[in-house]
Write a protein that binds this ligand. Structure first.
Ligand code: UD1
Ligand code: CA
Length: 464
């Protein structure tokens, strides 16, 4: 019978090598905060009540970044090292029996299977714990694993404290540990800051427990890539790429065509249906759900939106928090800024901006328009250059256009205003009052032609 696991995730440090004013774990990779990745993975091993995050730098922001209900937080007000983080955590955690799985908040790629391997390695040896190690080509920056002549693990030495012989060791501590709770908490206060950095190193626990007569197992993995800790922006970019690759590969294997997948950015919660085609440099973000047989044009950005089946998004189109029904088209060069509802088969063309607008089924706004706070019925034609004047400097007002209406080019609709079903607006009109159904709305000066005016001007050879 396995003993219960308590997970502790260290996320209190600033992360000086990031050169940032923002705590390291608040940087994002693969569409999520670094620490959020780790918490989600931890859920595969322990229920939320058994997951604790040690916070310090910008702790309020780190707490806010973690949406997982039920997890606990421990404040490490001063960050005196990874060992100090656990010394602080002892108050809250030393009463919990079973086992302790310690993870660092800057290692977002680790898989649940690897954590299970580590806890199994601890369970199967009768020692006090197991540490995860890997033989690296270049372990610079990592703690090195010290072993005695029989190969038993005796300690971990940090880069800054190691002798040249120790630093030549290529087996590195990856920063994931599983300890039996009882001996761990019994010895935690023995860590001393007797190293060049004057920090309390969690890694010293290996030697402390070894000297107290407890065996420590090494759970060695072949490929260290998934447990690399992110320390600087270059590593951040490299891990982001890996996570993005994972996501697009998943989608491709599920039947989505992705052209030049290395250029495409898809956030983790995005879903895309079969036979949809995603063109190069598209970004599909947030909680977007895309149906089957759609096309997402090159360089488009779709965020927190819902696209039904057969939707076409042209190139260079930006869509935010909107819903597009079956067969709708938007773009190229369109912007559906916020909370729009584009009904089935409607078409939005280039340089058209929509905000809080419902565009009815089969309606068209093909060129150069701004439609804000509008209710537009089915089968409406919105001519080029149409503007809804929805803002009077203080308040926003609604424009309502009935089904089947025809909005002539370059119309200016001064809201609040209503255009009835089947009505026509003459091109170039400024519409300031409601237009009844089936009427013609005409709001512009009558044209005047002055006969011979131009010829006379030429003959006199001077301007008039
Ligand atoms: C650590 C290990 C090193 C290992 C490497 C693997 C120690 C002393 N060294 O080094 O052996 O090879 O990880 O990636 O543990 N943190 C706190 N409170 C603190 C200090 C740090 O919560 O007082 C958190 C940080 O926010 C971070 C994590 O602990 O998420 C690791 O700290 P970091 O400074 O990155 O450790 P490394 O120097 O990488
Ligand atoms: Ca690190």
């Amino acid at each position: 019978m396995e003993t219960p696991v308590t997970v502790v995730i260290l996320a209190a440090g600033l992360g000086t090598r990031m050169k940032s004013r923002k705590a390291k774990v608040l940087h994002r990779v693969g569409g999520r905060y670094l620490v959020d990745h780790v918490v989600r993975t931890a859920l595969a091993l322990a229920p939320p009540e058994r997951i604790f995050v040690v916070v310090g730098h910008q702790s309020a922001e780190v707490r806010a970044a973690l949406q997982t209900a039920g997890i606990g937080f421990i404040e490490q007000t001063e960050q005196k090292g990874t060992g100090h983080a656990l010394m602080v955590a002892a108050d809250t955690l030393s009463g919990l029996s079973g086992r302790l799985l310690i993870l660092y908040g800057d290692g977002p790629l680790v898989r649940p299977e690897t954590l299970k391997g580590l806890t199994a390695a601890q369970e199967s040896c009768d020692g006090a714990g197991a540490i995860l190690t890997a033989v690296m080509d270049d372990p610079t920056g990592y703690g090195r694993v010290l072993r005695d002549l029989e190969g038993h693990v005796t300690g971990v030495v940090e880069q800054r404290a190691g002798t040249p012989e120790q630093l030549a060791i290529r087996e590195a501590n990856m920063g994931l540990y599983c300890y039996r709770a009882a001996p761990f908490w019994r010895h935690i206060q023995e860590i001393r800051p007797d190293n060049p950095a004057h920090e309390y190193y969690l890694t010293d626990m290996v030697e402390i427990l070894h000297r107290a007569g407890h065996a420590i197992a090494a759970f060695r993995i072949e490929d260290p890539r998934e447990v690399l800790g992110i320390n600087d922006r270059e590593e951040l970019a490299a891990v982001d790429r890996l996570l993005r690759e994972r996501k697009v590969r998943e989608l491709m294997l599920a039947g989505v065509t992705i052209e030049k997948p290395e250029t495409v950015t898809v956030d983790p919660d995005v879903t895309i249906g079969m036979d949809t085609i995603v063109e190069p440099f598209a970004q599909i973000l947030g909680h977007t759900a895309i149906g089957e047989n759609c096309r997402i044009g090159a360089c488009s950005i779709v965020q927190d939106s819902e696209l039904a089946d057969e939707v076409e998004v042209g190139q260079f189109t930006i869509i935010g928090t909107s819903r597009l029904e079956r067969g709708a088209h938007a773009g190229p060069y369109a912007r559906l800024r916020l909370e729009n509802h584009v009904e089935a088969g409607a078409h939005i063309g280039n340089f058209v901006e929509l905000k809080k607008t419902r565009l009815g089924a089969g309606s068209k706004a093909m060129h150069l328009a701004y439609l804000g706070d509008s209710e537009i019925g089915a089968e409406v034609n919105v001519g080029a250059g149409t503007i809804t004047c929805n803002y009077d400097g203080t308040l926003k007002h609604k424009t309502k256009i009935g089904a089947g209406a025809f909005i002539g080019s370059n119309s200016t609709l001064v809201a609040p205003v209503k255009v009835g079903e089947g009505a026509y607006l003459a091109a170039g009109s400024v519409i300031t009052s409601d237009v009844p159904a089936d009427a013609l709305g005409l709001g512009r000066a009558r044209q005047v032609n002055k006969e011979d005016w131009a010829r006379k001007r030429r003959e006199l050879g001077k301007p008039r």
